[in-house]
Design a protein around this ligand. Sequence first.
Ligand code: MRU
Length: 353
Amino acid sequence: MKESETGAHRHDGVRAVRWDDGAGELVLLDQRVLPERVREYRCASAQAVADAITDMVVRGAPAIGIAAAYGVVLAARAGALEQGIEALAVSRPTAVNLAWALRRMRAAAEGGVDAEGLLAEAQALHAEDVAANRRMGAIGAAYLEPGSGVLTHCNTGSLATAGFGTALGVIRAGWAGGRVERVFAGETRPWLQGARLTAWELLADGVPVSLIADSAAAALMRSGAVQWVIVGADRVTANADVANKIGTYSLALAARAHGVGFMVVAPVSTLDADTRSGDDIPIEHRDAAEVLGFAGHRVAPDGATAWNPVFDVTPASLVDVLVTERGAIERPDAASLAALLQAERTECGSSES
Ligand code: MRU
């Protein structure tokens, strides 16, 4: 496939989600086993896609939404649209991109589109995400002084999206333009998305990365090595609170204490105007075994228990810049976010008429 067909570019060679037209299947890169093994995972039904989302075969808010959109196509082809949408809707609770994608696919179906039309809609949503990421990359990178050090958390790159990434897209664009000189990534216990995924995809694209234990972040900021913390989001509420991978809130607090900038990079599909504040976001808790062990091996003594929320909420007051494909908002709040969403609705409305 040519570069223009895959949307892949220099500094962006990895793709997590692919539709196999011949087989009529969704093909995912199995993110549970990277980087040790590069293995494909095929889904032939909406339930298989829902299970893949729950089990973290595919993860990252935009990638979850895109996979779910193809899941709807599989449901429609099987003549079980509603059943498929229901299964997909409950596969993971926090990333709002899932509900957003299902809403969009349902609207297309209700507009009279058949299964093949739904495939075109899923492919459009898929392509729009790469384009949004590239725009956010350029907008976010403009905030970075040449030669900056940056710290990121979890994986927000091509593996978490249709390609290029949100926060990692800003870092890629910053690297390509000489604005980013050193990239640090938190390992992201317990799933190690930083150590396994972010390090893998950056190195695959020729961008050097230094890993830190999550607990080293404040000391790194104090050392002066980073000027920006750049993260993605699973949901941004009406008042601009940000749900993201557990540990993001600690990074925001430490950044504010050290005069380090805190940037959140999220497409409009991650903005949730219907949820008032971060207190109202359903936070996923996963199995205690993820914390009690390491790489599948139990390390804590028998009898120890664990608290394992996999996302936290950073209050809007700690966010210096929110970057979307529709522009950036400095010190975002309810009013500025509402204005951005209103402009988005007006533009979409006028382009449809
Ligand atoms: O549990 P995960 O790996 O799905 O969590 C992913 C994150 O928290 C990302 O930061 C977020 O989805 C933004 S990805 C562009």
